[in-house]
Design a protein around this ligand. Sequence first.
Ligand code: EPZ
Length: 421
Amino acid sequence: MDKLVINGGHVLKGEIDISGAKNAALPIIAATLLTDEECIIKNVPDLKDISTMQKIFEYLGVKLRREKDVLVRESGSYNETTAPYDIVSTMRASICVLGPLLAKKSKANVSFPGGCVIGPRPIDLHLKGLRALGADISVEEGYIIANTKQLKGKDIYLGGHFGSSVLATANLIMAATLAKGTTVIHNAAAEPEIQDLGNFLLKMGAQIQGIGAHTITIQGVKKLHGAQHTIIPDRIETGTYMAAAAITNGDLLLRNTAPSDIMAITDKFREIGCLVDIDQNTIRIRRKNKMLKAGAVTTLTYPGFPTDMQAQIMSLLSISPGISVITEKIYPERFIHISELNRLGANIILEGCNAIVKGVKSLSGTDVMASDLRASAALILAGLVARGKTTVHRVYHLDRGYENLEKKLKAVGADIKREKE
Ligand code: EPZ
């Protein structure tokens, strides 16, 4: 296992290229199961989660060839329809092969994904939606066993207790593309990653209206063909580096990003005292004054402030004078980073799903443990500004979702290096 060793106190200045979005690439790769033809997907980040998806494809007998940042789904049909436990258990997003397998092969056996440190990760909405399209679904010995003679279009309300579901929407849109008749998904997720999936499916010949809205209509077609597509920039990686600039009182220019996808993040950073200049596909971020300001953040479904940026902005607010409140509405238990941030000298208490953050003058480095992807990013951010040395252990969590993180940070002045445990 690796660890990242950071010596804090360096101001970050320079330019960072943003990579392709992990959470767009995963469902889009899954969507290539809806055809037997070659698909070429560009701007695919080189991440552990993407390699996990490649392992699933290998098991299914579908060749995914990587050529630098291009993934080629080679043409060819496949017969295997099982996504096994030993792969799915390493990445719960594997669930997004369920819809395509069911639509293309009329059956699927997908290991029931477990929970994770951010809280329970139910899939009731996925199953509700697919059953509404006419799938017989049972859960046996830890596997989702799904079968259908022919999926049929339906009007489906897909909202859950916490609002819309990103991957349930992805599964349902993909399944509906080959269903007989028209499907209307109400309270669908509108995240940019879902919009990117929808645009890829249109290129494959799917008939979809309402991409980006909360009501999506899909007319089923007989067959989908191969397509080429370039993955959108990663908005969470963008927000994470915005936080890196703000926390070190630096000045970063983020390139190849999509400013229109992160209006909630930009708005919040401006509110807490940052200057954010946006252009076509670049964002420049620095502090307006010497000190940041406290703020109130509530995570919501898109276009609200994303839950995947909650831990990162908590690091930033932990050194902003005053009392900040962070309310987590998507994953009420997503606060494992609080204890590690407090070990770095932060002063954060949890009241239900509200984190009360009392800004401190400074943090002090120590050994901390990464846990989930975004909590790990929060610890790196804190380490960039903490006095002395911060060692973040178990960075494989980070490698799941951040491409070349330490290289990108080092290139703009961070004192960070990867070492073997
Ligand atoms: C996607 O997960 C992302 N992952 C997550 O990012 C992200 O945090 C999440 O969306 C919310 O934006 C990928 O895209 C691979 P959800 P997903 O279904 O689709 C509840 C990261 O860091 N829910 O939108 O699994 C659920 O418990 C990861 O990159 C149900 O109740 O999330 C949660 O409270 C972490 N029933 C809320 O909905 C269901 O059937 C939103 O979950 C499904 C979800």
